[in-house]
Design a protein around this ligand. Structure first.
Ligand code: AMP
Ligand code: MG
Length: 327
């Protein structure tokens, strides 16, 4: 299969992407979080093909992307008040709500479960595309199973060329990390996956306490310890250890984020990058930086441990899944 390269700023290319999705083909699409591998969620054969293209186990449920929060009613059987409140506050945006699925939704989408994950993405090209299709798009991250989530069309091509019909290039993703997932199906709201919408923001809107998994737990299939990995071993180290290790013989790719250690990033011709010091900037660049370091095939990627405050919870969660070793 030849994977088409489509441009999101060309209306005829968006039309082509829509036509392919209507036919049941797979198209990687830009969202504000990461690129998604989309199929029409109403076509079980098309959804099935997502699992095949990604080598993803069929028990790992997919997120369905909608163009408007009122569409929730078509996909979920019960809409609790919290869902309406959170949707009004954060959609379009990087928050996924877990609800009970409506009876018409095929279980191929939900990994066999009776719950469904829904989100309205905040993307100027994707939203009108979903609206035009008049359906929901099942779209997990557009990476091969257990590899890094792509935040550019180039990264999608590197992993999925020849496996999918097209990639719609909408430029780099604005947020860069996968959405926050909140479970509203049982008991008080619970965060299953931390993400760009923080616990504090959710608690402020709901005016109640919300549980956040402190250490990583296997809460659901598809949310597992080993995930999002580069091919190269990734070591997350304190600034001191990183500095010492970087001076030992070897080909080290170095990702730092504070000026004190910046001088060793890229020293001796080794690959390296100084990451933004602010959380949003860091999150936006993380997967792209790991991807680039990985391409250089060093002995290991040495990454300076980011701040451990709750604000950085999503970044540290993804690093925990990606790292071979964390100091
Ligand atoms: P991805 O878009 O690749 O990050 O994958 C979507 C993730 O959303 C899954 O791996 C699960 O962690 C979560 N998810 C989606 N649907 C459900 C569901 N019905 N129940 C629990 N978790 C879900
Ligand atoms: Mg994923």
């Amino acid at each position: 299969m030849i994977t088409l390269r489509l441009k999101a700023n060309r209306p005829e290319d968006c039309e082509r992407a829509a036509a392919l999705l209507r036919q049941g083909a797979l198209v990687a699409v830009p969202t504000e979080t990461v690129y998604g591998l989309a199929a029409d969620a109403r076509q079980p054969t098309a959804v099935n093909a997502i699992f095949q293209a990604k080598d993803r186990p069929r028990s790992h449920p997919l997120i369905v992307h909608l163009h408007d929060w009122e569409e929730m009613q078509r996909w979920a059987s019960i809409i609790p008040l919290e869902a309406r409140v959170l949707a009004k506050a954060f959609w379009p945006g990087p928050l996924t709500l877990l609800l009970h699925k409506s009876s018409g939704v095929n279980r191929v989408v939900t990994g066999g479960l009776d719950t469904i994950a829904l989100r309205v993405p905040d993307h100027p090209v994707l939203l009108p595309l979903i609206k035009r299709l008049g359906t929901g798009l099942a779209a997990p991250s557009a990476n091969l199973h257990k590899q890094l989530s792509p935040t550019s069309a180039e990264q999608v091509h590197k992993q999925l060329d020849g496996r999918i019909a097209a990639v719609l290039d909408g430029g780099p993703c604005r947020v860069g990390l996968e959405s926050t997932i909140v479970d509203l199906t049982a008991g008080p709201p619970r965060i299953l996956r931390s993400g760009p919408v923080s616990r504090q923001e959710i608690e402020a809107v709901l005016q109640m306490q919300v549980e956040l998994p402190q250490t990583h737990q296997v809460a659901v299939p598809g949310n597992m310890q080993q995930h999002y990995q580069p091919h190269t071993p990734l070591y997350v180290l304190s600034a001191e250890t990183l500095t010492a290790r970087a001076r030992t013989p070897g080909r080290w790719a170095i990702l730092t984020h504070i000026p004190a250690t910046a001088e060793i990033a890229g020293a001796d011709g080794n690959p390296g990058q100084i990451m933004p010091a602010d959380k949003a900037g860091y999150a936006r660049e993380l997967y792209g930086a790991l991807f680039q370091m990985d391409q250089a095939q060093p002995d290991a990627i040495l990454l300076e441990r980011p701040p451990q405050s709750e604000q950085w919870h999503d970044v540290n969660d993804r690093l925990q899944k990606a790292a071979t070793f964390i100091e």
